[in-house]
Design a protein around this ligand. Structure first.
Ligand code: GLN
Length: 551
């Protein structure tokens, strides 16, 4: 029987990967969502990660990329950020699952005797649990179309049970389920020709699980020519028009427009038997055009530590920060030139910090642990003393407070509990209730996670930027500004321009514009709520200050 959402028949699109990962499944999901929205359809999305980790909170960012925090506090994969940014959605824990989570809920239910004495088996109980979760998310969003991304690539043992879920759903609702394979079509330099064979193999492997793709998104360096399209159609058992060319492009925001060049939304709508309005991708086109028109640079340094893996720079760790800088820069009519600087260099050679003078703005993002911390404090001091716009996110705000306490208030050895539990001046400390949790080794529960309200103080940079008396912003941290030092810091000139509604937790610290063009830190992560269509107000204020300096 068809699944209904508020009287409408629910449709599902699965997106799987072929050949190799990292070629843009997440952006494909986000872009398919975006083009379907531009046809007036209600869309939601889910990500399935084939890990045993129950959520992404315990994964090392250099291995897995950014941990994206949803407003309900759930710690998920960076793809969720792309979904939210492209589709303007507010997703929650129902939109994310891992192998660990799925097994855990099945096992918990078995222990609660909820299977009525059945033998609980990997098949069908695990895929059934997956399907139930997909349908629940679809229902909650009252979605016309639910797009589900399966992490990794076909042919990995890890995601077999998720592919089995596609097969089972397709049998149940043949006309309501589509499968899209995002595959890589290489052009080996020694051959000089685009090769479709790896994709043919990937499709065969997918066929082996009982699933036939409806569309092939051919990721390649170049546009796919007719001959390659024909070849793929023949050998992969799809129609030629269902092979969509997805060449490398300058900006991820071009992808929806590119898909529409191959009329992807029409093809999907037809196959799913949906009724939709005429295309209105114009809004998106305008945003992309504005971004492209911004050619004058604004030079931003991001000072951090999770940048390198072997010989490679990993900007994925800060993908939301990077995107938020882009969104604000485009809105300010500038092209961001972002430079990643490792803070440890300033510890070995403090004079190197002078390089920051060559930038229009400096940003220090979130982080954990002690590596590179003194270097970051050196950088913050330099920005404060040389009036370089500085924006600190989470750890970047805590260290702003440490720097101010040490160098302006003269509190020697001031620090955060995370670095120096013996410090005489713990200006960043842990709250009593968090302490209790840590004692019990309840590390997962020891962080402040997700959306919390902050009340803004009038006549501050923050209040002017937001233009509202209250905001809800997302958190992910264990430590807070120590309430015992708030009076001293304030008397010393630091302005706490936002606090929790009870006034106990400090949410934003800043210097007044009379003292510094932009010196501001947020205890929360504003980067999680920025998008091309609606850049974050604080990022915008930071970039505007940076543009001013650049002049
Ligand atoms: N390590 C700091 C804390 O736990 C900051 C965390 C962050 O930047 N996300 O409070």
């Amino acid at each position: 029987m068809a699944t209904k959402n508020g009287g409408k028949r629910a449709k599902f699109i699965f997106v799987v990967g072929g050949v190799m990962s990292g070629v843009g499944k997440g952006i494909t999901v986000s872009s398919i969502g975006r083009i379907l929205q531009s046809r007036g359809l209600t869309v939601t999305a889910l990500k399935i990660d084939p890990y045993i980790n129950v959520d992404a909170g315990t994964m090392n960012p250099t291995e897995h990329g950014e941990v994206f925090v949803l407003s309900d506090g759930y710690e998920t994969d960076q793809d969720m950020g792309n979904y939210e940014r492209f589709m303007g959605l507010h997703l929650d824990r129902g939109n994310y699952m891992t192998t660990g989570l799925v097994y855990k809920s099945v096992i918990d239910r078995e222990r609660n005797l909820e299977y009525g004495g059945q033998c609980v088996q990997v098949v069908p109980h695990i895929p059934r649990e997956v399907i139930a979760r997909i349908k629940a998310a679809s229902k909650k969003a009252e979605a016309d179309v639910t797009i589900i991304e399966i992490g990794g690539t076909v042919g990995e043992y890890e995601n077999i049970l998720f592919l089995e879920a596609i097969r089972m759903m397709k049998i149940e609702h043949p006309e309501d389920v589509l499968t899209v394979i995002v595959s890589y079509v290489p052009t080996p330099s020694t051959v000089g020709e685009m090769k479709t064979k790896p994709t043919q193999h990937a499709v065969r492997t997918l066929n082996g699980t009982g699933v036939q793709p409806d569309f092939i998104i051919a990721r390649a360096e170049h546009v796919l020519d007719e001959k390659r399209k024909e070849k793929m159609a023949t050998f992969c058992n799809v129609r030629k028009e269902d092979v969509i060319s997805a060449p490398d492009i300058e900006s991820i925001y071009d992808v929806p427009l590119n898909f529409e060049k191959d009329k992807l939304s029409d093809l999907i709508i037809k196959k799913l038997g949906l009724r939709a309005k005429a295309r209105t991708i114009g809004e998106w086109q305008k945003l992309v055009t504005r971004a492209k028109a911004a050619t004058k640079p604004v030079r931003i340094a991001v000072v951090g530590k999770y940048f390198s893996s072997g010989d490679y720079v990993l900007s994925d760790v800060y993908i939301s920060v990077l995107e938020a800088i882009k969104h604000a820069s485009f809105a300010a009519g500038r092209h961001p030139e972002i430079t990643w600087l490792g803070s440890e260099a300033y510890e070995k050679n403090p004079a190197k910090v002078k390089e920051l003078a060559g930038f229009d703005g400096v940003l220090i993002p979130g982080g954990f642990g002690s590596r590179g911390i003194e270097g970051k404090i050196t950088a913050i001091r330099y920005c404060r003393e040389h009036k370089i716009p500085y924006f600190g996110l989470c750890y970047g705000m805590q260290l702003l407070v440490v720097e101010y306490a040490r160098n302006v208030l003269g509190l020697r050895g001031a620090n955060t509990l995370e670095i120096d539990p013996k410090s005489k001046h713990l200006v960043i400390d842990i709250m009593p209730e968090q302490k209790e949790k840590l004692k019990k080794k309840d590390y997962g529960g020891s962080m402040r996670l997700g959306g919390y309200t902050a009340v803004l103080a009038k006549k501050t940079i923050a209040a002017a930027a937001y233009g509202t008396p209250e905001v809800v912003e997302r958190h992910r941290h264990r430590y807070e500004v120590n309430p015992e030092y708030v009076d001293r810091l304030s008397a010393g000139g630091l302005v706490f321009s936002a606090t929790s509604p009870d006034g106990i937790l400090m949410e934003i610290a800043e210097l007044p514009v009379s003292k510094h063009p932009f010196f501001l830190g947020t205890q929360f992560h504003p980067e999680f709520q920025s998008s091309l269509a609606s850049p974050h107000p604080l990022f915008l204020a930071f970039i505007k200050a940076a543009v001013k300096r650049g002049k």
